[in-house]
Ligand binder design. Structure first.
Ligand code: SAM
Length: 231
């Protein structure tokens, strides 16, 4: 049997600002004075940390209809599920950024605790319940959209039509660029949807490229997709 994390559903675990900065090769030019959308942000601390640095980030996820305590309960369970499985599939991952499973667990706990505190403090000012591929945002509401660990990774849970509709909707509400990380599935293989997305006639008005980044936890997961919406 092929090795991979065995997940019944898309998990509720979150990454930090530093991980987002590496996954998406973020710098001040891209972020400062921009409106930034975090797509399927879950329990990531990116929005909290970015706003505390003076950036303008809005977080969106379908779980934001739940209360902070319900979210906390679910993400604790999901993190435990992942941490339990990791010792059996250690060689699917690169242990640089995280030295071992315990340091990953501590990092992920820090991310969700920072998120929960921010959610309690700012609620719907920063955290908007959204079930992609539909959104209620106006055209070009955001400069940049960042999609971490939703598209491509979960190609067994979300079909091609979902991917395409989500990208078209993000292209409607984003003015400059959409960045998607990673471009591999849970086995660390390039997603079967990458080439079809890059060749899709309905997306041919955008400039789509893959770019290496300085972050690799899932082996081979060190590339992002950049969808440039303007020249
Ligand atoms: C693995 S987490 C990634 C969280 C965050 N982006 C990060 O990288 O730390 C995946 C997230 O996708 C969310 N999600 C799954 N399907 C969704 C949908 N159709 N619309 C909005 N959020 C969705 C889940 O609730 C979960 O929070």
């Amino acid at each position: 049997m092929d090795k991979q994390l065995n997940l019944d559903d898309i998990v509720l675990i979150g990454r930090t600002f530093d991980e987002y900065a590496r996954m998406f090769a973020l710098d001040d030019d891209l972020l400062v004075s921009k409106t930034i959308l975090d797509v399927a942000s879950g329990v990531s601390s990116f929005c909290a940390e970015a706003n505390s640095r003076g950036l303008n980030v809005t977080a969106t996820d379908k779980i934001y209809t739940l209360s902070p305590s319900q979210i906390e309960q679910k993400c604790k369970q999901d993190l435990a599920k992942v941490v339990d499985q990791l010792p059996n599939i250690l060689d699917l991952y690169v242990w640089n950024y995280f030295k071992n499973v315990q340091s990953l667990k501590i990092h992920r706990e820090r991310a969700y605790k920072t998120f929960i505190d921010d959610l309690k403090a700012y609620g719907a000012k920063r955290y908007i319940p959204t079930r992609y591929p539909e959104t209620e945002f106006s055209d070009n509401r955001f400069s940049i959209s960042l999609v971490s660990h939703l598209l491509f990774l979960y190609e067994n849970h979300l079909d091609y039509y979902f991917h395409k509709m989500a990208i078209l909707e993000l292209a409607r509400i984003t003015s400059q660029e959409i960045r998607i990380f990673p471009v591999v599935n849970l086995k660390g293989e390039q997603s079967a949807f990458i080439k079809p997305i890059m060749q899709d006639k309905d997306l041919e008005r955008f400039r789509i490229r893959l770019e290496k980044v300085d972050y690799e936890f899932l082996k081979n997961g060190n590339e992002m997709m950049v969808i440039r919406l303007i020249d």
